[in-house]
Design a protein around this ligand. Structure first.
Ligand SMILES: [Zn+2]
Length: 436
């Protein structure tokens, strides 16, 4: 077993003690982090191969909510609110998707995710096997939720019973895959009737699978449920027993104080998608209240048809801006907060304690950033380094990325993919889906 030791001027661990080591050393054996410490105090393990890096090492970003194959639909339906955008533009095109389309779309999108430093992505998309295959090819860690969606536009996936059975079969098939985890993804309480929703939640709880669902993205999405059941969507989910499962609620914009208290009590994680919420004018999520209540809030890109760039840096900044505007407080959410929400806290929101931090025993998902002196200066105090990375960083700073200890980006280049070939294929397929 080889041990590789990386030394860098800065190692931001996001570990329990929130250590920032300057300089720091990280050792990796067998895909796991085996040692972390100050470079001058932690002596190298015997036989360790030492790599001295410039810049900063961070835990890989954990993207808690995405529909990455939607690169095929990037830009479509510009200017529409979520409900019209889904029913008039997305769902009709998605009804024409083949498994191959999804695999090509995911290849291109996953390439973009890892190039930006995202090492885990929680995906909700059709043809889960193809999503997983593409993620494997790029080397991306993925939590794949084949969506459960009951609508006339998309009937090619069979009855809801068949959709759930096929998701469970995929979970069994990927049980031993170190990169792929399978979740259940009932799209939302408004797009899935009561019985299938209840059954999805029961199966998630019984099989210890994450239940990944959109909740309270738009102001009026819960109106029908309120009329029918007299409760908000979170309380409706509670009545169905859905919060017994490990739940990741995507968006969580329109939550009442009561909903927030319920989510906190039930340990529900929230995926916050600020750029998408801004693009669709969905609203300003109560991030400060959620975190104060003890809820784990993850930063997420949403799909590339909603936040077109798939850029974790821009997502962190947008989260800070929206939280500050909402609270009218320039201190409402800071760089260290959002960095945590994109790494350790995101992993916690997904119920994963094996990723999201540079900590002994966790999986070796690491990002090496160039501290470009043009973009990230001046550094007057040490804290400026981190502040600049979050406020001014871009995916172009990402130099190397390791997932499960394996290098998937090397000096800014993908190690596993011929990108121009993939991009050309996706462009061709996107034209067909658009019907032109
Ligand atoms: Zn979504």
């Amino acid at each position: 077993m080889t041990t590789v030791r990386y030394e860098a001027p800065h190692v931001v661990t996001q570990d329990r003690d929130d250590r920032w080591l300057s300089p720091g050393a990280v050792e990796v054996s067998n895909g796991r982090i085996s040692a972390v410490g100050p470079a001058d105090k932690l002596s190298p393990s015997e036989d360790a191969v030492v790599h001295r890096l410039d810049g900063m090492l961070l835990p890989g970003f954990v993207n808690a909510h995405a529909h990455t194959p939607m690169v095929l639909l990037r830009g479509a339906g510009e200017g529409l609110p979520v409900d019209r955008w889904l029913t008039e533009v997305m769902w009709p095109r998605e009804g024409r998707l083949t498994p191959d389309d999804v695999q090509w779309g995911m290849l291109l999108g996953a390439a973009q995710l890892v190039s930006g430093g995202i090492t885990t992505s929680a995906e909700m998309y059709f043809h889960g096997e193809e999503v997983a295959a593409a993620a494997r090819e790029v080397g991306l860690r993925c939590i794949v939720a084949p969506p459960l969606l009951v609508t006339d536009d998309i009937s090619l996936f069979g009855t809801w019973e068949q959709q759930l059975e096929s998701a469970l079969a995929q979970a069994r098939a990927n049980q031993d895959d170190e990169l792929i985890d399978v979740a259940l993804g009932p799209h939302s309480a408004y797009a899935v009737p009561e019985e299938p929703l209840r059954e999805a939640a029961r199966l998630a709880a019984d099989n210890d699978l994450l239940l990944h669902i959109h909740v309270a993205e738009q102001e009026h999405e819960g109106d029908a449920i309120m009329r029918q059941h007299g409760v908000t969507v979170p309380h409706y989910l509670e009545q169905l027993g859905a919060l017994e499962a490990r739940v990741l609620a995507a968006h969580g914009v329109w939550l009442t104080p009561d909903d927030i208290a319920l989510f906190a009590e039930r340990g529900v994680g929230v995926a916050h998608c600020p750029a998408s919420n801004g693009k669709h004018a969905s609203g300003l999520a109560p991030v400060t209240e959620l975190r104060e209540a003890g809820i784990r809030v993850a930063i997420a890109t949403d799909g590339p048809a909603s936040h077109d760039r798939l850029d974790p840096f821009e997502e962190m900044r947008t989260a800070m801006r929206l939280a500050r505007l909402r609270q009218e407080d320039a201190n409402a959410l800071g760089p260290r907060d959002v960095l945590r929400m994109a790494t350790r806290e995101a992993a916690e929101a997904l119920g994963r304690d094996d990723i999201g931090a540079i900590e002994v025993g966790r999986r070796a998902d690491l990002v090496h950033l160039d501290l470009d002196p043009v973009v990230l200066s001046p550094v007057v105090e040490r804290e400026d380094v981190l502040t600049h990375v979050v406020w001014s960083g871009t995916p172009t700073l990402v130099r190397d990325v390791w997932i499960e200890g394996r290098k998937v980006v090397d000096a800014g280049e993908l190690t596993n993919l011929d990108l121009p070939v993939v991009a050309a294929e996706v462009a061709e397929r996107a034209r067909r889906l658009a019907g032109s």
